[in-house]
Design a protein around this ligand. Structure first.
Ligand SMILES: *Cc1c(COP(=O)(O)O)cnc(C)c1O
Length: 394
C-alpha cells in the first residue's frame, strides 16, 4: 500500500482517475485503545462495520481480542486473519450448518438467540454442548438512534421469561444482549434499555452471567455531534452496577461504527458540474450508500492547491452509475467555484461506507492508500490536532 502524508498531498501528486479509499491506521488504533482502556467491560468489535483484514489486525494489536460475527464468511475471515481471537456469533437467526461449523471447526462458544426455536437449533447443531455462552436478545427501543434496529430482532416481552429460563438450562453462561440502534445520540438509550434488562431478570428469576449492551456507540458527522463517549460509558457502568446480577457477571459491548468510522475516508473526482449538482466518481453503489439512502451527511473538503477563496455553497452529488437513485442530497458545503477535475475528500466513511461497495454498472474499482494526517473529524483526537491538520500541509 502506498503511503502519503495527507489527502491533499495524494490528490495533487497522483491525480487519481478512480476513487481512492484513504486509511488512517493511527485513527483506528486510537479508537481501539480508547474502548479497550475506558469501556468498563469487554469490547467486542462488530465486524460487519468494516471487515478489512488490515483493520482487524490493527484492532487486535490495540487490545481488541473479541469479534462479533454474523455470517459464516465473517467467522472464517476472522478465524483466518486473527487465529487467537475469540469469536461471538451475535446474529439471532442462523443456519444450523453455520452453527455447527462455527462451533466444531472454529471454536465459537458464544451465540445469541431470540426464540425457543433458535435455542433448540443451537443445542441440536452443537450436539448438546455444555460449554455454550448463550445470549438472549431483548427487543429495545431505537428512539434515540439514527438507524433503527428495533423491528427485526429481539424477543417480545411476553416471551422473555420462558426464553431466559429455557436458555439458562442449556447454557454454561447465560447472557442478555440488545442493540439500541446505530448512532445512538444520547447515553439515555442505554439506561432505558438496561431498565428492560432489569425487568427481565427480576421477572424470570434467573442468574445472569453476561450483560451485553451491543453496538450503537456514535461517531461524529455534520449535524450529528454526540456527547463524549465517556458519558455513555459512565451511564452504562452505573446501570450495570445497579442490576440484580452476581458480582462476577461480565459487561460486554459490541461497537462497530465507533471503532472504525475515523479509519477511512474517500477521495473522489468531480467529472461534471450542473449548477449545484456535482457528478462525482463514487456514489450510492460505492461507499456512499448511507448518504444516498439514509440522507446521511458526511464532512467534505475541496482538495485543491492553492486553496479556493470562494465562499461555501450547498451542493448535492450524483454518483457515476446510470441510475437516478445514485444521488446524495447532502447538503455538502464546498467552495462555490468547484469545477470538473477538482478532487473532494469525503470523511468518516470507515464504518459501513467502505464495507458496502459494489461493482454495479462497472464502477466500484478503488485504490487504497495510507495517510497519516488526521481524520476530518474525531471523537478521540484533541480538537486542536484535527483543526491544525485540516490546514493541510503537503
Ligand atoms: C451492527 C451490529 C453491531 C454494531 O453496531 P454499531 O451501531 O455499528 O455500533 C453490534 N451488534 C450487533 C448484533 C449488530 O448487528
Amino acid at each position: 500500500m502506498h503511503k502519503h502524508h495527507s489527502a491533499l498531498g495524494l490528490a495533487t501528486a497522483r491525480k487519481p482517475v478512480q476513487p481512492v479509499t484513504l486509511v488512517r491506521p493511527h485513527a483506528a488504533r486510537r479508537a481501539a485503545r480508547f474502548f479497550a482502556e475506558k469501556f468498563p467491560g469487554r469490547s467486542i468489535y462488530a465486524v460487519k462495520a468494516n471487515p478489512s483484514p488490515d483493520l482487524l489486525a490493527l484492532l487486535w494489536e490495540s487490545g481488541i481480542t473479541h469479534y462479533d460475527v454474523a455470517s459464516i464468511a465473517e467467522v472464517r475471515l476472522v478465524a483466518r486473519a486473527l487465529p487467537a481471537a475469540t469469536l461471538c456469533f451475535m446474529h439471532p437467526v442462523k443456519a444450523k450448518e453455520t452453527i455447527a461449523e462455527a462451533y466444531f471447526t472454529h471454536g465459537v462458544r458464544t451465540f445469541s438467540l431470540d426464540t425457543i426455536e433458535e435455542l433448540e437449533k443451537i443445542v441440536r447443531a452443537t450436539r448438546g454442548a455444555e460449554d455454550l455462552n448463550l445470549c438472549v436478545r431483548l427487543r429495545v427501543s431505537s428512539e434515540h438512534a439514527k438507524l433503527s434496529l428495533a423491528a427485526k430482532f429481539g424477543a417480545e416481552p411476553s416471551e422473555i421469561r420462558q426464553l431466559l429460563i429455557a436458555t439458562r438450562q442449556a447454557s454454561d453462561a447465560l447472557g442478555i444482549c440488545f442493540h439500541v440502534g446505530s448512532q445512538a445520540m444520547t447515553p439515555a438509550a442505554y439506561s432505558d434499555a438496561m431498565e428492560r434488562v432489569r425487568a427481565a431478570i427480576v421477572d424470570a428469576g434467573v442468574t445472569v452471567d453476561i450483560v451485553d449492551v451491543g453496538g450503537g456507540f456514535p461517531s461524529t458527522y455534520p449535524g450529528m455531534e454526540p456527547p463524549p463517549l465517556d458519558a455513555y460509558f459512565a451511564v452504562i457502568h452505573r446501570a450495570f452496577e445497579d442490576l440484580p446480577i452476581s458480582y462476577s457477571a461480565e459487561l460486554w459491548c459490541e461497537p462497530g461504527r465507533a471503532l472504525c468510522a475515523e479509519y477511512s475516508s474517500l477521495i473522489v473526482r468531480v467529472e461534471k458540474r450542473r449548477g449545484a449538482e456535482l457528478y462525482i466518481n463514487d456514489g450510492a453503489y460505492g461507499a456512499l450508500f448511507d448518504a444516498a439512502h439514509l440522507g446521511w451527511r458526511f464532512p467534505v473538503a475541496l482538495l485543491r492547491e492553492p486553496d479556493s477563496n470562494a465562499r461555501d455553497m450547498a451542493f448535492s452529488f450524483y454518483g457515476p452509475t446510470c441510475d437516478d437513485l445514485d444521488h446524495m442530497a447532502g447538503p455538502f458545503l464546498l467552495p462555490a467555484d468547484v469545477a470538473a477535475g477538482d478532487y473532494i475528500e469525503i470523511g468518516m466513511l470507515g464504518a459501513y461506507g467502505c464495507a458496502m461497495r459494489t461493482g454495479f454498472n462497472g464502477f466500484g474499482a478503488v485504490e487504497t492508500h495510507e495517510v497519516s494526517d488526521e481524520p476530518m473529524d474525531s471523537l478521540y483526537a484533541e480538537p486542536e490536532r484535527v483543526a491544525a491538520s485540516n490546514v493541510a500541509t503537503l
